[in-house]
Every structure is written in C-alpha cells, then in structure tokens.
Write a protein that binds this ligand. Sequence first.
Ligand code: NAD
Length: 463
Amino acid sequence: MSLIHTNVDELPQIVQELRKSFHSNLTKPLSYRKEQLRNLYRMINENEQAFCDALYKDLHKQKHEAILGELGWVKQEALDAISNLKSWAEPNYVKVNLGYMLNKCHVRKEPIGIVLIIGTWNYPVNLLLMPFIGAIAAGCTAILKPSELSAHIASLISELFPKYLDQNAYRIVSGGVVETTALLKYRFDHIFYTGSGKVGKIIMSAAAEHLTPVTLELGGKSPVIATNDVDIPLLAKRILWGKLMNCGQTCIAPDYMICERSVQDAFIKEAPKIIEQFYGSDPQSGTSDYCRIINKNHFDRLQNLLNQTKGRIAYGGNFDRDDLYISPTIVADVSKDDKLMEDEIFGPIFPIIVVENLDEAIEYVNSKDIPLALYPFSKSDKTIKHILDNTRSGGTVINDCLMHFTVKELPFGGQGPSGIGSYHGKRSFDTFSHERAIMTTPFALENLVKARYPPYNEFNAKL
Ligand code: NAD
C-alpha cells in the first residue's frame, strides 16, 4: 500500500505550534495529561480490530500475538501511567546537611519540552506508542514519526490520531527518510529513536547540532549461552518461541546460540517437534500462526545471508518470495567468522556455534558489540553468576528469553552499540522529564552567609 506522506513544507508550522503550546503550559496540568492518556487508551480499545487487521497486512501478525505483543501492552502502560502519574510527578524534597538548614531544597519534575519519537516497523504500535505514553505523562508536546515500512499501521495511526489526541500538542508526521531527515533539522528537547544502529548514528549526529539529548533503542546480536546441564526440551521450547515470534523480527530475539556439541546435537533433535507443536507441519499454511518478513528487501537480505553461510542447514531453509515466507531455519556448526555472525539476523534463521567450554563462549560473546539482551541457560547458580560477572548486555533473562521486556519495573534498553538510555513504566516518565533543582533561601539571617562575600581578606584576617 502507498502511504500518504506529510508535506515537509508544513513542518515549520507544526514544530512552531507545538513549541507554542508547550510554552502556553497546555500540557502541564496532570488532569490534561490523564485525559490524553485515556484518549490514547480509547484509540486502541475502540479500534482494536482495525489495528489487528493492519498488523496482519503488514506482518501477517495473528490477533493473539497482536494483542499480546502490541495492543495489550500499550493499553496497560497507559493505565499504569494514569494511576501512578500523581506520585511520579510529585516533587522530591531532599535532606540537606546542617549548613543548609535554613534553605528548602527540592527536585521538581518538569516536562522536557517538545520531543520527537521515531518508531520502527517490527512492533509498529508498541514501539511508537509506549514512549509516547511517557511523553504525555511527563507533560511534553510530541511529534511521532511511524515507520513507513509498516505502512498499514502508519496509515491507521495517522487517520485515528487527530480523532483522539489533541492536535495542539501531539502530531503525526508520516513518511520515510525524506520526512525524517527534514524533521531532524529542527531543534527538539529530546529525540527518542527505535531502529538500527546505522540510522541511530544519523539521529545522534543531527541531535548533536542542537545538543539535544537522545534515547536510542537499537538492536544487535543477542546470544544464548547454553551449558550442558540444561533441560533440552525446555531450552528448545523457550528459545524457539522467542526466536520465531514475529518471524524473528524482534530486537531482543535470540540471535544465535553458543554451546558445547552435545547441546547443539540434542537441540537439533528436539527443535522439529517444538516447531511443529507451535506452527503445525506446514508453517506457511493459512491456519498457522507464523508471521511473514516485512518486505522484499529484508527477504532478499535474509536469503543472501543463508546462501553465504558455510554452516550446515539442520532444519528448514525454505523460501517463498511471493509470500514473503521464510521457514524456521536452524544452521548448525556455524564458524565464529561466518557471514551469519556479522550483523543482527532479524529473521527466522538460528545459527549455532559449537565451542569447547563455557569460557570460550564468554570470550566470543565479549568479542562482539554489547548485545541488547543475553540469555544464559544453566541449572547451576554458580555458572549463571560466572556468566553474569564476565559479560555485559542491555538486559538478561536467565533460563528464558524476551520476558524482561514485559516487566515495567525493569529498565528496557541497551548499552553502547545496542542503545543509549532506557524506558518502560516510571522510567519513560523520567526519560521525558527534567529534574529541576530548586533551592529556596530566606531573606532573613544574612549574617550567617556573610563569609561568602568579598573582600575575602577581611574575613580571612579573622580566621
Ligand atoms: P526502519 O527502517 O523502520 O527505521 C526506523 C526509523 O528510522 C523509521 O521511522 C525510518 O523512517 C527512519 N529512518 C530510516 N532510515 C533513515 C535515514 N537514513 N535517516 C533518517 N531516518 C531514517 O527500521 P530498522 O532500522 O530496519 O529497524 C530494525 C532495527 O531496529 C533492528 O536492528 C532492531 O534490532 C532494532 N530495534 C530495536 C528495538 C529496541 O527496542 N531496542 C525495537 C525494535 C527494533
């Protein structure tokens, strides 16, 4: 489908209006923020089927997965923000030492200003609207730029948004690289970007021009380190669920597994049973819950990757370009410098690297960029501690995958090449807030502070 793009000539006016609204304090009252959060909730709730249809058209996402991975989360996050807003926004009075006992010191939570939120296509509702909830809650005005690749969702959001949300405070800019490039010329008070590291660098350099702070939610190769004491059927079930959800197009999907040979061999034996349990004997059939690749570019990228691997295709390897279908695929005995090990796979291809021991696995993981997620599997607490003590990652789930994304009390984000900053729950509110330090000094008792005034020699002489 072709997406209607926002005319870039309208951008100066949009930015100016939102800045004016911000300075008029429109978005600051908590009652206003709550009302807008309720409107966002209603936008999803009253149009649930339309969202599910658009997600199906963009990604072949089934209703259950659409509600579980996208709509349900956004609604829950909005409800949490509504119920906690008062306490999040309260000033923090701080304890000060005796020397400041006449002063009152507190931290005011202030909206950071006008913000730009740039979304991506793999969870196009969740990854655009979850940060937006933080921006509304914090009292910011915002421009949202959905990904042009998930065009059905981008169109639907562009159509519904003005019906539910105050256009004086929040606007959608629709389009792709041209529109994003044009937007990035303006000064924002914060830019929140989700997508690849390559574009992340473009965003960060544009932000640097205005010294604008950024949150970058990026990707990378999230490894599974599986030790040989694990329960193989459980390992296979949990990993294949995380890998194959959304056809591998999940930023925290397990990218590859690194383990000893016995674990690889047992995993490969178990995997076909699990895949059949999940998606039936033919994952391409209309009744299966299996998703599709977003577009032909990504399809071709994945097919080229598989063509270049020197690993052994132990399962799958079927492609149907017209249907954007790539079967669940496991590649065994992949070497550390294989093509599959260069970049994030972002598709349903799962390479396995065999190593001699755990420390070799750790050393390999540490030789790559810090991953967005790390998934160690072991029954031994000592082994898990050893892995945690000797690796780094944005987040970690022990003996499972993906689920840390769902805990709003945990920070979600990467480190370095996998991201800068974090969000979810109260952290989203904090991301879009400025902590303004306030100190109140009484007019009285000036004598107590006279030592600070020059000329210092008079004071020093008395010491
Ligand atoms: P994408 O192509 O949709 O790009 C993301 C956004 O950047 C879009 O809105 C797009 O319009 C804009 N964009 C693209 N090229 C641009 C350019 N040259 N200049 C300015 N803007 C540009 O998405 P993608 O980059 O293919 O996303 C996939 C990546 O995102 C993966 O690496 C994945 O791991 C990562 N990701 C991270 C998270 C997270 O939460 N950390 C979530 C989802 C995806």
